[in-house]
Design a protein around this ligand. Structure first.
Ligand SMILES: C[S@@+](CC[C@H](N)C(=O)[O-])C[C@H]1O[C@@H](n2cnc3c(N)ncnc32)[C@H](O)[C@@H]1O
Length: 285
């Protein structure tokens, strides 16, 4: 946790310095937040506002002009991932990146077998960080699975998952990032290679048949009840004993119910620990 160095002794191991820099770069915490184009989060606006914003933005664009919105973040909001930077490659914040590093370092040092996966990757930042941790420690026999539709979230299947009734995540076009863009993000950091495996598709189709034998890290960041349930049902049985299950969205009611339902259905009693206001994790017994 090198970003909070005041009054603490600075560790100088090159791998820790590299990983610290990666966390800051991936979460865009090295720089003040530049203003964001007004169109970036347009899909979250009402239809009328969305229409007006896009018409005005198109007219201005022809004159190479742009309306931008100023965004001020406090240090603690950035660390806790409460507001994500529009320029970051991950929205998970420094505390959840620290937790990811801690879990990976633990499975490496205790030789817990298995690959690593994130279900729900957006721009890929958390997966890029997973690959960076393996690179930092010279690990060549584990893969990172990068699972996403690369088209955003699915429309809710309220018949199957009543908790998702009325869910509007599928309208958020800024959550749809193409596979090519995520690959380019890996390339940007020099971390795209054959240890990175992309699983493209809706989780209900892609995860049951994924070519995964064993996992040591299972990270879920997919917001909805259905997506969380489908990921847990397909992947949790592959998590090794001693491996970590990390939940990004416990603050969202759908995700929280999916996790609680799954844990009680499968009588999972392992202590669920808090990472920050929304992150939770437990170690499989
Ligand atoms: C909040 S974003 C993930 C953020 C990311 N982990 C990060 O580090 O910034 C949620 C992602 O989950 C994906 N997703 C959610 N439900 C899905 C499903 N059922 N099938 C495939 N992808 C899904 C979306 O496409 C989106 O990229």
């Amino acid at each position: 946790m090198l970003y909070q160095t005041e009054g603490k002794q600075m560790k100088q191991e090159p791998e820790l310095l590299y990983l610290d820099l990666m966390k800051k770069a991936l979460s865009f915490t090295l720089w003040p937040e530049p203003p964001e184009p007004i169109t970036t989060r347009n899909s979250a606006r009402s239809p009328v506002k969305r229409f007006l914003v896009s018409v005005i933005a198109n007219i201005l664009d022809r004159r190479k002009l742009q309306i931008v919105v100023k965004r001020d973040f406090s240090e603690s909001q950035r660390i806790n991932g409460q507001i994500w930077s529009g320029y970051a490659d991950t929205m998970i914040g420094l505390k959840r990146l620290d937790n990811l590093q801690h879990c990976i370092e633990t499975v490496l040092s205790e030789r817990v077998e298995g690959d690593l996966i994130e279900a729900g990757v957006w721009r890929g930042g958390a997966c890029i960080f997973m690959r960076a941790v393996l690179a930092a420690y010279g690990v060549e026999d584990r893969r990172i699975f990068v699972a996403d539709s690369f088209e955003g979230l699915p429309k809710p299947d309220a018949e199957k998952y009543t908790a998702d009734k009325g869910d509007t995540h599928h309208n958020l076009t800024y959550l749809a990032v193409s596979k090519e863009d995520v690959e380019n993000n890996f390339t940007k950091y020099g971390l795209l290679d054959n240890q990175v495996v992309f699983l493209k598709g809706w989780f209900k189709d892609s995860l049951p048949q994924a070519p995964i034998e064993k996992l040591s890290i299972l990270r879920l960041d997919c917001d909805m009840y259905g997506s969380t349930t489908e990921s847990l049902e397909s992947l949790y049985p592959k998590l090794s004993s001693g491996g970590f299950c990390i939940i990004d969205d416990y603050a969202l009611p759908g995700c929280k119910s999916a996790v609680n339902d799954f844990r009680s259905k499968h009588t999972i009693d392992s202590e669920m620990r808090e990472i920050d206001w929304t992150g939770r994790y437990w170690r499989k017994e």
